[in-house]
Write a protein that binds this ligand. Structure first.
Ligand SMILES: Nc1ncnc2c1ncn2[C@@H]1O[C@H](COP(=O)(O)OP(=O)(O)O)[C@@H](O)[C@H]1O
Ligand SMILES: [Mg+2]
Length: 314
C-alpha cells in the first residue's frame, strides 16, 4: 500500500444531532449528538486510515475549536501535521428533523489566514519524506488564502513525483497548467464555475469536460450529478457516465469525500481510472444512505459497485 497525504485548509468540528421537530421561536431538544472532525481532506484521511492505508493529514487549526479538532484526531490515532493559526477553526451543525427526515447542514464561517500560515501548509508538504504516492487537496479555501494555492501546491507535489487529486471549486483550477493535477472531481455547480452554461445533457457536459482536459487544466476530470451519478472524461479520451442504483438518501454529508477516498484506494491498488470511478460512484451512494460523515462499510461499496451502470459516450 502506497502512502497518501491530504490537505485540509478549512477543517471543521462537525456536530451531528437529531431533533423530533424543528420548533420556531422555541426550543428544539436535540439527541443522538455526536462530534466528528470534518473538512474534505480530513474526511478522506479518516476513511483511508480505516481502510488500512498509510495516510498523513495536513491541516490548519486555531482557537478552542482547533484544540478540540486536534484532540479528536489524536484519539483516532490518525497521523496528522497541524499548522497552528491565529484565527478560530470553523464549526458545522448537521441537524436531522426526524418527523420530516430532512437534514439541515449549517456551516459557519471559517478563519482568515495570514500569508505566513498558508505558506507553512506548503512547507509542511515539502517536508514530507518520503513523498507520498498521492496527494488529496480537498475542500474550500478559507479567507486570506489565494485562489492559486491548490495549483501552486499541486505543481510542487507533481514535480516531486506525487499524483495530485483535487476536489474543490472550479475556480481553483484557474492557472493550472501542464500535468500538475492528475485528477479533478467537481460537482456540477463547481464545474459550472469554469464557465459551463450549456444543458445538463451528458454528452454536452462531457464535451465541455474534454475541452478542460485539452486546455491542460487537469489530466482527468470527474463531474458528479447527485442521484444521476457522475461523468468521467479521461486524458486517454474515455467519456463515461456511471449511474448508481436508486438510493434512499439519509445524509449528503461526506458523500463527495467518500467518492474520493474509494477512488484513491482503488487507484493505489492498481485499478484503472474507469474502474476507480465506478467504485467512487458506489462509495458516494453508500455514504448518502448512512448518517455521519464517514464511509463505514467497504463491503457495501463492493456490492453497490456491481450495480453501477456504465455508459460509454463517443
Ligand atoms: N441520491 C443519490 N444516490 C446516489 N448518489 C448520490 C445521491 N445524491 C448524491 N449522490 C452522490 O454523492 C456525491 C456528492 O458529492 P459531491 O457531488 O462532491 O457534493 P458535495 O461537494 O456537496 O459533497 C456525488 O458523488 C453524488 O453523485
Ligand atoms: Mg464536493
Amino acid at each position: 500500500m502506497g502512502n497518501i497525504a491530504t490537505v485540509t485548509m478549512n477543517p471543521t468540528v462537525d456536530l451531528f444531532a437529531e431533533t423530533e421537530r424543528l420548533v420556531e421561536d422555541g426550543k428544539s431538544r436535540c439527541h443522538n449528538v455526536t462530534r466528528e472532525p470534518g473538512g474534505g481532506g480530513i474526511n478522506v484521511a479518516r476513511n483511508l486510515h480505516r481502510f488500512g492505508m498509510d495516510v498523513v493529514a495536513i491541516l490548519t487549526a486555531g482557537g478552542l475549536q482547533g484544540e478540540l479538532l486536534k484532540r479528536i484526531l489524536q484519539r483516532e490515532m490518525l497521523t496528522f501535521h497541524c499548522v497552528d493559526i491565529q484565527d478560530e477553526t470553523r464549526q458545522s451543525l448537521a441537524l436531522t428533523e426526524k418527523a420530516s427526515a430532512r437534514l439541515f447542514h449549517l456551516v459557519f464561517p471559517g478563519p482568515e489566514l495570514q500569508e505566513s500560515e498558508w505558506q507553512r501548509c506548503i512547507d509542511a508538504f515539502d517536508a514530507l519524506k518520503p513523498k507520498p504516492d498521492y496527494l488529496v487537496l480537498s475542500g474550500s479555501l478559507p479567507g486570506g488564502v489565494p485562489t492559486h494555492f491548490y495549483v501552486t501546491l499541486a505543481c510542487s507535489a507533481t514535480a516531486a513525483g506525487t499524483r495530485v487529486i483535487l476536489d474543490t471549486s472550479g475556480k481553483a483550477l484557474t492557472g493550472s497548467h501542464g500535468k500538475c493535477i492528475y485528477l479533478t472531481k467537481l460537482n456540477f455547480g463547481e464545474f459550472a464555475e469554469l464557465g459551463y452554461s450549456g444543458p445538463r445533457e451528458h454528452s454536452s457536459i462531457l464535451t465541455a469536460m474534454a475541452k478542460v482536459i485539452d486546455q491542460g487544466l487537469t489530466e482527468n476530470l470527474i463531474v458528479t450529478l447527485d442521484a444521476d451519478g457522475a461523468l468521467l472524461a479521461s486524458g486517454a479520451g474515455e467519456k463515461l457516465h456511471a449511474r448508481p442504483p436508486e438510493t434512499r438518501v439519509i445524509s449528503h454529508v461526506g458523500a463527495g469525500d467518500s467518492f474520493v477516498s474509494v477512488l484513491v484506494h482503488q487507484l493505489d491498488s492498481g485499478k484503472s481510472i474507469a474502474e476507480a470511478f465506478r467504485y467512487g460512484v458506489a462509495a458516494a451512494a453508500a455514504k448518502v444512505s448512512t448518517p455521519g460523515n464517514q464511509l463505514m462499510d467497504l463491503e457495501r461499496v463492493e456490492s453497490i459497485a456491481k450495480m453501477v451502470k456504465i455508459h460509454q459516450h463517443a
